[in-house]
Design a protein around this ligand. Structure first.
Ligand SMILES: Cc1cc2nc3c(=O)[nH]c(=O)nc-3n(C[C@H](O)[C@H](O)[C@H](O)COP(=O)(O)O)c2cc1C
Length: 303
């Protein structure tokens, strides 16, 4: 069966992408599977300058998930373009750069730099990181700010597909989704992590030095599914589902509620070969579901 999907003008050979921050810059996973198999690789969030991220304890395991407070540690956009990008199989698998800016100017600069690189397939605009003091989630919680960031990126993105990644930490995700669609987004991805905390009663301390971090993993899947379901009702652009996906069944759950593609996140830490294995099991699952195309299943939830 043909598993290809279109995200704006970008054609993915299958709907399986990796989620930013959980698959390094891609090359780290080369030994676990063939990167060329994946529908796309979304790399760790990139800023204009390198960032050290937060200090101290930055991850903690929780029931059915994990907390992280990495604080967007990354090598910076230029080092990524020079040192990593040439090593990635960008001709066979679209490379999607996840962009982080502290302000609108940063997003414009990142868009200018990345739009010139033919090796880059699409831009994912992160307006949803809960672990940084400036930028991040503050753009994703307000319709006007979300739209402004999207417009700024689109203005310089040329023909690059622009995906806006939404935060679940809002009272009405539909409003933000509509605002970024109106601002020109080619697609929407959701969800980022959910602010949460864990404590150690013996040490009487929070498990994360930053106290609060982002919850991810199977614990958040029902929330992600609900939000994807809500967003697909109100927008006409493709939606990419993210949150707790750890099996091929999970992938089809997101497609059933209307997602065009999905991203595998924290599950890559439990099994670094998982994204590749899921690609390999798409056909088996399609046979089980008795379908001949993704279209005949996408959004076909019977209510
Ligand atoms: C350790 C870690 C680092 C992350 N870094 C980023 C990032 O740089 N940019 C971003 O947009 N999302 C980042 N995320 C969020 C994931 O891409 C994803 O949206 C979230 O973890 C939910 O998916 P999951 O439950 O499958 O992990 C990160 C998540 C984790 C666990």
């Amino acid at each position: 069966m043909d598993f290809s999907v279109k995200i704006g003008s970008l054609v993915l050979k299958n709907p399986i992408l990796t989620a930013s921050g959980t698959f390094g810059y891609g090359i780290e996973y080369e030994t676990f599977g063939d990167l060329k198999k994946l529908g796309g690789i979304v790399v760790k969030g990139l800023s204009i300058n390198p960032r050290q991220g937060n200090m101290g304890d930055r991850i903690a395991e929780t029931p059915c998930g994990m907390l992280n407070s990495i604080g967007l540690e990354n090598i910076g956009i230029n080092a990524f373009i020079q040192d990593i990008l040439p090593k990635l199989p960008y001709k066979q698998t679209p490379i999607i750069v996840n962009l982080y800016g502290e302000n609108i100017n940063d997003f414009e600069t990142l868009s200018k730099i990345t739009s010139k690189r033919e090796e880059i397939g699409a831009l994912e605009v992160n307006i949803s990181c809960p672990n940084v003091k400036q930028g991040g989630i503050q753009f994703g919680q307000d319709e006007k700010s979300a739209a402004k960031v999207c417009e700024a990126v689109k203005k310089h993105a040329g023909s690059k597909v622009v995906i806006v990644k939404l935060s679940p930490n809002v009272s009405d995700i539909k409003k933000i989704a509509k605002a970024v669609e109106l601002a020109g987004a080619d697609a929407i991805s959701l969800i980022n992590t959910i602010p949460a905390m864990a404590v150690d009663i013996y040490k009487r301390r929070p498990k994360l030095t930053n106290v609060i971090g982002g919850l991810s993993g199977p614990a958040i899947k029902p929330i992600a599914l609900r939000m994807v379901y809500e967003v697909v009702q109100v927008v006409n652009i493709p939606v990419i589902g993210i949150g707790g996906i750890s099996s091929v069944e999970d992938v089809f759950e997101f497609i059933l509620v209307g997602a065009h593609a999905v991203q595998i996140g924290s599950a890559n830490f439990t099994n670094p070969a998982l994204s590749f294995e899921i690609v390999d099991s798409l056909q088996i699952m399609a046979n089980k579901l008795n379908i001949n195309s993704l279209e005949e299943f996408r959004g076909k939830l019977i209510i």
